[in-house]
Write a protein that binds this ligand. Structure first.
Ligand SMILES: [Zn+2]
Length: 350
């Protein structure tokens, strides 16, 4: 199985669209327009997009988030540079020297995050966030304003998707546009009545800032089961080998047993029976599956299980290297295996 197996054009477009938390409309529009016109789609007031595939059985919701990490313009400096704040957990390590896209009222402006020349490395250690500034090739605040830039405009990484080697892809926003892609594939492939459940595929908002943007959708659908689809940390690089877990690219999707951000009151422990069913389904269909027990991260599923009347929940993850940087890297085979696993799972009695 190689890159030919994925719909590369759809993936490239889906990843390229800017969609920071609270500004996901373009992503939702693209997903909506890519699905069949006969699809039963609805959008709620917060921007969550849901595709309903009716069937007999429990109300099951599968969720993936549309938003990506980014930056928001805070101040325009007299020399034309911009000071910014982070929208979500944008990697500080990856920022200095990176190319960005600034989305102003006049369109997209190429930008770069300033970085100290290597020759002056001895002046100060690696930046803290307060030292970050954005260069948009303007020489005054007035010129910057004339370019249409104002506080509240947002920036995303300028990093189009690239397919590399036999089966890898690299770019921005794989977290969690790969989840969105997986849901889009399911929406295209599953037929009403074919399933053992009444299925809702929901593309949610505001995960990277709040985790809980999908709450209104859960409250209105009142699912009995929720399945979360998101990225997880891969530990298959030289700096991380042997730490925390053995999750690696290409070894299959991961099934979550726990995640937590210590000290942030964000933690998820899935329903055990449901998670066992995921493992059995993978085994029966010879789909590779990795075990995920992750600290330092949490996903949308964490608050969503407490919405409405509560739901039994499990979560599946696509392993991704270099999370929240412009070089997020994942394996096409894990994405395809996730689609296969979910398709089989939705045929079982959840
Ligand atoms: Zn995510």
């Amino acid at each position: 199985m190689t890159i030919d197996k994925v719909d590369a054009v759809i993936l490239e477009k889906l990843v390229d669209i800017p969609g920071v938390p609270g500004r996901e409309e373009c992503v939702a529009d693209f997903i909506h327009s890519s699905l069949s016109s006969s699809c039963d789609c609805s959008l709620d007031n917060l921007g969550n997009l849901t595709v309903h595939i009716p069937g007999k059985g429990k109300r099951v919701m599968v969720v993936a988030h549309m938003d990506e990490v980014g930056l928001i313009v805070q101040r325009i400096l007299p020399e034309g540079f911009l000071k910014v704040e982070r929208l979500g957990g944008t990697s500080l390590r990856a920022l200095p020297g990176s190319r960005l896209s600034l989305w102003s009222s006049k369109g997209c402006i190429p930008a770069v995050a300033g970085v100290l020349p290597q020759h002056l490395d001895n002046i100060e250690p690696i930046s803290d966030f307060s030292k970050i500034y954005i260069d948009i090739a303007s020489s005054s605040a007035e010129e910057t304003r004339k370019m249409g830039v104002k506080p509240g405009d947002v920036l995303t990484w300028d990093s189009p998707l690239r397919f590399v080697g036999e089966s890898l892809m690299c770019g921005k926003a794989l977290d969690d546009r790969l989840g969105c892609y997986i849901l889009m594939k399911l929406a295209k492939m599953l037929q009403p009545g074919e399933l053992n459940c009444d299925l809702y595929l929901t593309f949610t908002v505001q995960e990277e800032t709040m985790l809980m943007g999908g709450a209104p959708a859960v409250n209105s659908i009142e699912p009995e089961v929720i399945i979360g689809i998101d990225g997880t940390l891969a530990f298959d690089t030289p700096d991380l080998a042997g730490k925390q877990s053995d999750i690696r690219l290409g070894a299959g999707p991961a099934v979550k047993w726990m995640d937590a951000i210590r000290g942030k009151m964000a933690a998820f422990v899935p329903n055990q029976k449901l998670t066992n069913l995921v493992c059995e389904t993978a085994q029966q269909n010879r789909i590779p599956l990795q075990d995920e027990i992750a600290t330092g991260m949490s996903t949308a599923i964490t608050p969503l299980v407490f919405c409405s009347k509560g739901a039994r929940a499990c979560a599946l993850s696509v392993p991704i290297r270099y999370h929240h940087t412009p070089a997020e890297t994942a394996d096409v085979r894990d994405v395809e295996n996730m689609v296969l696993l979910l398709r089989n799972l939705l045929m079982t009695d959840l």
